[in-house]
Write a protein that binds this ligand. Structure first.
Ligand code: ZN
Length: 111
């Protein structure tokens, strides 16, 4: 029986590899964005996964896969429902995220 930490670490590698594979197959998708159906944020198309009617960003794919692995989720609808509050917050949050991203870019340019 694996610990939760082990499962999360393992899944992080798997999900990150999906993102890298996407970029390798289609380098343009690194600069393409979409609105995640789970968290409601604008995210990179690279590393996103289609689950039935929903397209999830790389971060939410990690949540979904860990949830399935731990038996906390039985289907993707469970995650979509659980993320509902987060989607409502996303409209306000994305402005802050943009700020953070800009600041990160600025400091990266300085270095
Ligand atoms: Zn998401």
């Amino acid at each position: 029986m694996k610990s939760k930490e082990e499962i999360v670490k393992e899944m992080q590698l798997v999900v990150e590899q999906m993102r890298l594979d996407d970029i390798e197959e289609n380098p343009d998708c690194e600069h393409e964005f979409f609105t995640c159906n789970a968290c409601g944020q604008t995210k990179d198309l690279a590393g996103s996964v289609q689950y039935g009617p929903y397209r999830l960003c790389n971060d939410c794919v990690l949540l979904a896969e860990v949830g399935f692995e731990l038996g906390q989720l039985k289907d993707i609808q469970g995650l979509i429902d659980a993320m509902e509050d987060k989607r409502l917050e996303a409209d306000c949050e994305f402005i802050k995220e943009e700020e953070k991203r800009k600041q990160a870019l600025d400091s990266a340019e300085l270095n």
